[in-house]
Ligand binder design. Structure first.
Ligand code: ZN
Length: 259
C-alpha cells in the first residue's frame, strides 16, 4: 500500500490528539466543545515592545541613552525576523532613534527619512530649525561601488567631530548582512551619495552569536555605539549600552543548543 507512511502519520496524529484532548465528557453536557484549539499549536505570546516571544523578551536589557546625533536604522527585511539581530535592542535603547524596514526604498520616502527634520521635544528647544546632515555609517569600498554622485561633497565625514558637530548629524545605519548592505546601496542611489563615516580602530566584536561573524565585524549595535562614541567623544556615556549589549549576547548564547 503506497500510503503507508501517511497512514502511520495520521495514526500518530490522532493518537497525539487523543492524548491532548482526553475524551472526558463535561458533566451535564452532551457535546464536548470542538477540539479545534487542540490541533493548533499554542500561540506564543509576543512582547509588544521588543516583538519577541515573551520567553525570549530582551526588554530587561534596555538602557536608554540619548544620543546627540540622530540615528536612523535602515533594516533589511531579512533582519526583521532575525532573533539574534541587535538592531531592535539598539532602537529601544536610543530614544528618538528611527527604524525603517526596506531594501529598495521609494525615493520620496527615503528622502524624507534622510532629510526631514524629526520633531524631538527634548531637542526642539535648542535646535530650532537646525538642519541635520545625514552620514552613512559605512566603510569606503573602492572599486565595489558605482561612481559616487558628483553632488556629494567628498566621501568621508571629516573626523573628529565632537558634540557640537554631532548635533548637526543624522547617523544612517544599515542593518543587514554585508552582502545585503551592498545591495541596499546599489538599489538606493541616495544612500550611495551620502558622505560616509568609517569607524576608526573598531574594537573586536563581542557579538559571538552569529555564524561567520569575523572578530572585526561589528554587529549593528556595536558599530552604532562605536560611531556615536567617535562622533560625540564620550565613551563613558555609552558604557550602559555596552553592558546592555553584553547582557543581550549572553541571553542569546543561552538559547544555543549545547554542542
Ligand atoms: Zn520585550
Amino acid at each position: 500500500m503506497k500510503n503507508d507512511r501517511s497512514m502511520v502519520g495520521a495514526g500518530l496524529a490522532s493518537r497525539r490528539m487523543r492524548r491532548q484532548a482526553p475524551k472526558r465528557a463535561p458533566m451535564n453536557r452532551k457535546e464536548a466543545p470542538p477540539i479545534m484549539t487542540e490541533s493548533v499549536p499554542p500561540r506564543r505570546s509576543t512582547c509588544e515592545r521588543c516583538r519577541r516571544p515573551q520567553s525570549a523578551c530582551i526588554c530587561h536589557w534596555i538602557s536608554p541613552v540619548s544620543s546627540i546625533a540622530e540615528v536612523l536604522i535602515l533594516q533589511h527585511p531579512l533582519e526583521t525576523s532575525q532573533a539574534k539581530g541587535s538592531a531592535r535592542l539598539l532602537h529601544l535603547c536610543l530614544p528618538g532613534c528611527r527604524l525603517a524596514v526596506g531594501e529598495a526604498f521609494e525615493e520620496a520616502e527615503l528622502a524624507n527619512l534622510l532629510h526631514e527634520p524629526w520633531s524631538r521635544e527634548d531637542n526642539d528647544r535648542d535646535s530650532g530649525d537646525m538642519v541635520r546632515h545625514p552620514v552613512l555609517l559605512y566603510p569606503e569600498t573602492p572599486g565595489q561601488m558605482a561612481a559616487p554622485d558628483p553632488g556629494a561633497n567628498g566621501s568621508e565625514v571629516a573626523a573628529p567631530a565632537g558634540p557640537r558637530q554631532a548635533r548637526r548629524l543624522r547617523l544612517v545605519v544599515l542593518d543587514a548582512t554585508w552582502r545585503k548592505s551592498r545591495k541596499m546601496l546599489y538599489l538606493n542611489p541616495a544612500l550611495q551619495a551620502l558622505p560616509r563615516l568609517a569607524l576608526q580602530d573598531p574594537p573586536l566584536s563581542r557579538y559571538h552569536v552569529r555564524k561567520a561573524h569575523l572578530p572585526h565585524q561589528l554587529s549593528t549595535f556595536e558599530a552604532t555605539c562605536q560611531a556615536l562614541i567617535q562622533l560625540e567623544h564620550d565613551a563613558g556615556k555609552y558604557q550602559p549600552l555596552q553592558q546592555a549589549f553584553d547582557g543581550f549576547v549572553s541571553q542569546q548564547l543561552n538559547y544555543r543548543p549545547a554542542s
